[in-house]
Design a protein around this ligand. Structure first.
Ligand code: GDP
Length: 464
């Protein structure tokens, strides 16, 4: 039997593209689900149309209301009984947050056991002082829009080779090692002895609670692939936030592109299966930085921001922050398709376009930018400036598309979409030179159109 492959779910925006839902869609056909970079600074929401771990659900058993599941560090495939779920070596592991997630999932009826969840012994631990340092930075005058999960500070320690790895938990003197690291760290950032003692003790207890889950996930993963099982890796954040290729300094601390996803799991390029590049029809951004594609029409923003508390409202799930919303940019998207080696493009929140019907502004796609040069003259460009350069001074040039009025949340095939929708999809496929494999038509897990040959391929490769 040939070695199995790992499909990659990568965000082509600034995060919040709906990767959780796509991971879940692909995960229905995979036996291994992996999170391999980022940490509790990510948040994924899926909105299940089934109540139990149950893949074979009949139409009349579907939960039309949906059931909201939030994950941060645990892969979204945890909702399936058939998956082994792994947190890989490059994930920043905050023990308190992971325990909270385990409890939350259990309270929603999911069976979380060491058989179903493995945490890499190589992962770096987020220590209590990392979080205090992150908070102090964000609340001071050096804010970069972080989620205050301590990630940049554990990444700093990794760069200094002073990070504490999860394998410490397995050592005989784990209690002493963990307490000392947490206590000294807290004292180092100005905590009182009493505070440091209290926080360090809690940290030790939370960390030791994860002991049964700590595993050599890298060797295990290769063994499972050797046995012919297939995996899906759920990306966190998006290409626009990659620590090297994003818009510096408004970037995250991990490598968010496909090679980062593979590396973070302990895999090589040879293990890559299909790369699904996920982008929302209305890309959004939190945390500051230049965003020339930003939508400014208040009528459109009102429709897109959604009701507060709605599952698909444009608010960050990790922090509740309101997102800035923009138009799809072809120059940017082409760049991210290239950077990630996307095989199948996945468009989410396609259903929202119908909400623009009747408004003054149509659905816009940014096809080029007008750049003002130093001498005041202008030039049209269809490539973004390389990521390190500032995009200030770039004005988007858009092409307009007619929205449709029909509610498409019940549509399950491309042929049944309104003609305006098909015109837009065709335009995007031709412009980007990549096929559109899936289109999201609502927040619920079943509200997705999957191209029939792709669905066939996924089903065929589900060898269990
Ligand atoms: P992630 O971080 O990339 O996994 O994305 P989030 O979880 O932050 O955001 C995705 C949100 O959008 C979730 O609440 C999904 O249920 C919702 N969502 C995903 N796809 C669609 C879609 O096609 N239409 C609508 N209306 N909502 C969607």
């Amino acid at each position: 039997m040939p070695k199995g492959k790992a499909d990659l779910i990568v965000g082509l925006g600034y995060g919040d593209e709906g990767k959780g839902k796509i991971t879940q869609t692909v995960g229905a056909f995979r036996q291994i689900g992996i999170r391999s970079q980022g940490g509790a600074n990510a948040g994924h929401t899926i909105y299940l149309d089934f109540d139990e771990f149950n893949l074979e659900r009949r139409e009349d058993e579907r939960n039309q209301e949906g059931r909201e599941i939030n994950t941060h560090t645990i892969p979204s495939t945890i909702v399936y009984e058939h998956t082994r779920n792994l947190i890989g070596p490059d994930v920043w592991l905050d023990p308190t947050r992971v325990n909270g997630e385990i409890e939350g999932l259990r309270s929603q009826g999911f069976d979380i056991t060491p058989k179903r969840l493995g945490i890499s012994n190589l992962a770096s631990l987020v220590l209590p002082h990392h979080i205090l340092e992150d908070r102090a930075k964000e609340e001071g005058n050096q804010s970069l829009g972080s989620t205050k999960a301590g990630v940049a500070f554990v990444a700093r320690d990794e760069a200094l080779h002073t990070d504490i790895r999860a394998n410490v938990i397995l050592q005989d003197n784990a209690v002493d090692l963990l307490f000392r690291a947490a206590f000294d760290g807290l004292i180092g950032v100005g905590a009182s002895d009493e505070e440091a003692n209290e926080k360090a003790k809690k940290f030790v207890a939370d960390t030791l609670a994860l002991k049964p889950y700590i595993a050599d996930t890298v060797n295990e993963l290769h063994e499972l692939l050797e046995q012919g099982h297939n995996a899906v890796i759920e990306g966190a954040q998006g290409a626009g936030l990659d620590r090297r290729f994003g818009k510096h300094p408004h970037v995250t601390s991990s490598a968010t592109t496909t090679l980062g996803l593979l590396r973070g799991a302990g895999l090589s390029h040879k293990d890559a299966g299909t790369t699904f590049g996920v982008i929302k029809m209305f890309p959004s951004k939190v945390g500051g930085g230049e965003f020339p594609d930003r939508i400014t029409d208040p009528a459109i923003l009102k429709v897109l921001e959604g009701e507060e508390g709605a599952v698909d409202a444009e608010r960050g799930k990790t922090t509740g922050r309101k997102r800035e919303i923009g138009w799809l940019s072809m120059p940017l998207l082409r760049h991210y398709v290239e950077l990630n080696g996307v095989d199948e493009l996945v468009l989410t929140k396609f259903d929202k376009i119908s909400k623009l019907a009747g408004l003054a502004t149509k659905y816009c796609v940014v096809i080029k930018y007008q750049k003002v040069k130093a001498d005041g003259s202008t030039v049209e460009v269809d490539q973004i400036p390389y990521a390190l350069e500032d995009m200030a001074g770039y004005a988007p040039i858009v092409q307009e598309f007619d929205p449709w009025e029909e509610d498409i949340s019940g549509v399950r095939s491309f042929e049944d979409l309104p003609s305006q929708a098909r015109v837009l999809l065709n335009f995007l496929e031709v412009r980007l030179g990549v096929s559109i494999g899936m289109v999201g038509v609502g927040p619920r897990s079943d509200q997705i159109i999957v191209r029939s040959d792709l669905l066939g391929k996924l089903k065929q490769s589900a060898n269990f």
